[in-house]
Each structure stands twice: as C-alpha cells, then as structure tokens.
Write a protein that binds this ligand. Structure first.
Ligand SMILES: *Cc1c(COP(=O)(O)O)cnc(C)c1O
Length: 366
C-alpha cells in the first residue's frame, strides 16, 4: 500500500488544545481558551430553538442543496442563488476549490504566515505553492503579484489575515484584482468580515458582481458562533460556483447546521452586539499592550497577534499553567509572536493578568 507521494510529508492538523485536556493534565479547575477564534458569547438563543426543532428527524438525510439557507444568504447579500455554495465549514470550500481547480504542476500563490488550509489542500492536489512572506504582518500584495505567471491558478488572500490580523482596504484589493490576469481565480477568505468596524473593509460582494474571477469565503464558525456545526459558504460567479458544486459531496452539510445557520443569520442584533463587544475588547487589549510596551499588529478580526519578545513556545506553556490557552505556532516563522482571541471582558482581564505574570517569569530574548 502506497499513499500518493505528495501527501506523505503532510502534518496531521494540530488544533488548539481542548479545555478539558488542559484541566486534566495541569489539575486546573478554571481554564479559558483564547486559541481558536471562537465566539466567547456562544451563538444566538434562536439557534438552540432551531436545533431542538429537528431532534426527531435524525434519520432523514439533509437537503443536499441547502435550498432554504441558499435563498436566505442570497437575499442577505443581494446575489442570485446560483452564486452561493455551502460547505462543512469554509475549510471544505477551500478543499473543494483545490479539488475542482488544481492539476499537478499548477501554481498557487499565498502569503506566509497565513491560514494553513490553502497550502495543505493545494499540496494534496499536487499544486506548487508559492509562499510570499508577510511584511510587518501585512500580506505583500506587490510581492504576490510579481509571482503570477501562466501556470498560476489561484491566489489566496486572507482578509483579515489569520494569524496576523491585518487588513487590506477596499482600494488595495481593487488595485490588486485589476493587476491579476483573468485566468487566475482570486479567493478572498473573509472569515472575519462581520467583525470589521474600520469603514474601509472591501465591498467584496460588489466586486464579485464586477469580476468573474473573484470568490468570497465566509463562515458561520466565527461571529455567528456555530463552529461545532461546521457550516461556511462561498459567494462568487455562477460558473465558479458550478465548478465547486460538481465536486461537492451530495450531503456535505447537516440539517442541524443549515437550520441553525438560518436562525443565526436572522438574529442581526446578536451579531451587532458581538461586533461591538469585540471592538471594545480589541481597544482594551491594545491599550494594555501599549502600557506593557509590547508591539502588536493592528487587529481587524476577533484576535490579536502580539510580540511578547520571548520564546513564544515558553510563553504559551507558562500561560497554560495559569489556565489560559493561547496560540503559538513555530510554523509561522515568528518565534516571539502569540495570537490571542478576543474574549469576554472578564476573559480578557484574566489573559492580561496571566500575561503580566508570565512576562516576569520568562526571560527576554537577548
Ligand atoms: C476559521 C477560519 C476559516 C474556516 O473556518 P470554518 O470553521 O471551516 O468555517 C477559514 N479561514 C480562516 C482565515 C479562518 O480563520
């Protein structure tokens, strides 16, 4: 038995540490997880009702085409239903894009660090990944453009970029799209779009109407608080959506996820409250970092990347012992950076206390 050559080197995905495991291993009773950009406020109360309403229908296959939800999302954005596709999280849309578009030897361009699933799925399909280093936490749009050639199939733009949190404005994205030849698909991964309060965030839905080669990826996992249900979507040109549909598994999203997403989409007040609380959390954390004289990147999602000027792995472990799970990944190539999810005010304060104690304990890198 031989798996295909291009997957044998792939790492198995390492998720943020589960809370129960941390409690057990370290004998802690109270642990907060600010590692996976989950919504600290859960989801709309309407979601629970929606899920309960389906409890006696577990034996029935879901609507594979997610007709009701497709209609609701299309109406929400003012697009046609043939411009919307759902996946088991936007992770699955990324997988389906790779499956539908790449043949071995194709090239694909992305930043580093960025969301790891672009590279992961591209390599599974045998595509060649061209990784362009971020500059001061920003994706190097010029550098990415310089790598485009006739073999380029997809460019991945993560906006705001996970893990750095930085954003590119509407005008920057328009200029970028205008410079990319039409044979290249531009994927705008906008998992955190709903958190944006900058006033400069790209009108990607407007851009999709104008450019055939642009698709926006969105998710119900972040501000909508449905990460456990696995549901995300793509909005793009009908031809691109059709190609993704051709490789989609027949029942890729569950009835529970579809119904919950419908309820979550309708509760606009919940989303507005979460957006405001997150903006206040970013202000609070930024001010605390300023006081502690720590540098951080301007944050436009529900997470901040901060330079703790000490080995990130050691700081991560020390924070863990204090019951605070954050994120550090050696694969970022940023050895002193931590990524912290914006929590509730109480969680943010606990995080700051733990960080202050930790910085006393762990030596600065000379
Ligand atoms: C969280 C995240 C996703 C995917 O989340 P799903 O749960 O699969 O919908 C996609 N892109 C980025 C940048 C993310 O941070």
């Amino acid at each position: 038995m031989q798996p295909k050559k291009n997957i044998v080197h792939l790492p198995v995905y390492k998720p943020g540490k589960p809370m129960e495991e941390v409690k057990r291993e370290l004998g802690l009773t109270e642990v907060i997880k600010l590692a996976s950009n989950e919504n600290p406020f859960g989801s709309s109360p309407k979601v629970k009702e929606a899920i309960l309403s389906l409890l006696d229908q577990t034996s029935i296959y879901p609507d594979g085409g997610a007709v009701d939800l497709t209609k609701a999302v299309a109406d929400h954005f003012g697009v046609e239903t043939n411009q919307v596709i759902f996946g088991a999280g936007s992770d699955e849309i990324i997988l389906m894009l790779a499956r539908a578009f790449f043949v071995p030897g194709d090239e694909t361009i992305m930043a580093t660090p960025t969301f790891p699933q672009y590279k992961h799925n591209a390599e599974i399909e045998g595509a060649v990944c061209i990784e362009v280093p971020c500059i001061d936490g920003f994706q190097d749009l010029k550098g990415m453009l310089a790598k485009v050639n006739e073999r380029t199939k997809i460019i991945w733009l993560c906006n705001p970029n996970n893990p750095t949190g930085t954003m590119h404005s509407h005008q920057e994205v328009v200029d970028f799209i205008n410079a990319v030849p039409p044979h290249v698909l531009i994927v705008l991964d906008e998992a955190y779009a709903e958190y944006n309060v900058s006033g400069e965030y790209p009108d990607s839905i407007g851009l999709i109407k104008q450019y055939k080669n642009v698709i926006s990826l969105r998710t119900f996992s972040k501000i909508y608080g449905l990460a456990s249900l696995r549901i995300g979507y793509g909005i793009g040109h009908p031809d691109v959506i059709k190609s993704i549909n051709q490789v989609r598994e027949p029942f890729n999203t569950t009835s529970f996820a579809q119904k919950a997403a419908l309820a979550a989409l309708a509760d606009e007040q919940f989303i507005e409250d979460c957006r405001q609380a997150n903006a206040a959390g970013i202000k609070y954390l930024s001010a605390q970092f300023d006081q502690m004289k720590l540098n951080y990147y301007p944050a436009h999602g529900n997470f901040i990347m901060v330079d703790v000027e000490r080995p990130g792995g050691q700081v991560f472990e020390a924070m863990l012992r204090k019951g605070v799970i954050v994120r550090h990944d050696p694969g970022w190539g940023m050895p002193t950076m931590l990524r912290v999810t914006v929590g509730s005010q109480e969680q943010n304060e606990k995080f700051i206390r733990a960080l202050q104690e930790t910085l006393e304990e762990v030596a600065v890198i000379a």
